[in-house]
Design a protein around this ligand. Structure first.
Ligand code: C2E
Ligand code: MG
Ligand code: MG
Ligand code: MG
Length: 286
């Protein structure tokens, strides 16, 4: 801590930062307990093809069902996990939970690609590929091609060589990769060419403002063209309205995810939602 603080630079013991460290340790212990007590849960958000309304997949998003606080969003506890010993453990739990759900959907005759978010720390941690291999082996009924790993663009390029190496070692397993929040990092075209990710996910901040802000529209357009040039799939996140969907279709991006289609939901609600969606054909005829 000593090197961070400007005016406290020469202080060897800083009671304030010691208190912070203590606080963080307590938070981490509580999160460890949450894992043990099975308070974490995955919600699933549909990804659809705007051209015909087909559901093409789901993104798994972690939630913390806190006994007192209720449902806690990842933005409130992932930052506490970040960089800690617990981060890869929770990350492994996410993969396992998603595979368990996938196995259930496969057994029910409703196979569906599911993506999970993988933090940089988790991906780059020694043993990641081995543990992923073991997790897949525990669920032999799940075709590995149904599992996709979403890695933040910024994470992938922060340690590019290592990210590429790990991703390449995962490829033979059959899992896919996508670059999440694409457009927020600084991927050079060289990086993009090297990264073995099949899909670019346009960051929701650009999608949200694309109808009002010409700059954001250009970025969305740019990412779509980039994806085409590099033979990658492209999907837009944060699609909140029909107007966004229509604009994306015109620009040549037909895969979408967002509140305008459906909010992330518990797995127990998925089958009902899907049935209702198919019956309603909400996006058809856009
Ligand atoms: P992300 O991977 O970019 O996921 C998209 C986030 O946007 C989700 O927030 C989702 O609920 C939200 N979202 C979806 N559609 C819309 C929309 O139309 N409008 C708006 N305003 N938001 C929308 P969530 O679930 O709170 O997750 C936030 C971030 O936390 C995720 O961003 C991801 O980076 C991270 N995260 C979530 N689950 C996990 C996980 O299991 N592991 C890791 N490592 N990170 C996770
Ligand atoms: Mg994601
Ligand atoms: Mg994203
Ligand atoms: Mg995000």
């Amino acid at each position: 801590q000593a090197k961070e603080g400007g005016k406290n630079r020469y202080q060897l013991f800083d009671p304030e930062s010691d208190r912070l460290t203590q606080h963080r340790l307590e938070q981490l212990k509580r999160l460890e307990l949450a894992l043990e007590q099975q308070e974490f849960e995955l919600f699933y958000q549909p990804k659809v093809d705007l051209r015909d309304g087909q559901v093409v997949g789901a993104e798994a998003l972690i939630r913390w069902r806190h006994p007192q606080r209720g449902l806690v969003a990842p933005g409130e506890f992932l930052p506490q996990l970040q960089g800690s010993w617990l981060e890869p453990t929770v990350g492994d739990w996410v993969i396992e939970a998603a595979l368990r759900q996938l196995a259930e959907w496969v057994r029910a005759g409703q196979p569906l690609p599911v993506s999970v978010n993988i933090s940089a720390n988790h991906l780059m941690r020694a043993g990641f590929v081995d543990r992923l291999t073991q997790a897949l082996a525990r669920h032999p009924e799940v075709p590995p091609s149904l599992l996709e790993l979403e890695v933040l663009e910024t994470a992938a390029i922060s340690d590019l060589d290592q990210a590429i190496a790990v991703m390449q070692r995962c490829m033979p397993l059959g899992v896919g990769f996508s670059l999440d929040d694409f457009g927020t990092g600084y991927s050079s075209l060289t990086y993009l060419r090297k990264l073995p990710a099949q899909t670019l996910k346009i960051d929701q901040s650009f999608v949200r403002d694309m109808l009002a802000d010409a700059g954001d529209l250009s970025i969305v357009q740019g990412v779509i063209q980039l994806a085409a040039a590099f033979h990658r799939q492209v999907i837009a996140e944060g699609v909140e309205t029909m107007a966004h969907g229509a604009a994306l279709l015109r620009l040549g991006c037909w895969l979408a995810q967002g509140y305008g289609i459906a909010r992330p939901m518990p797995a127990t609600e998925w089958a009902g939602w899907w049935e209702h969606w198919r019956a309603a054909e909400t996006w058809r005829g856009l």
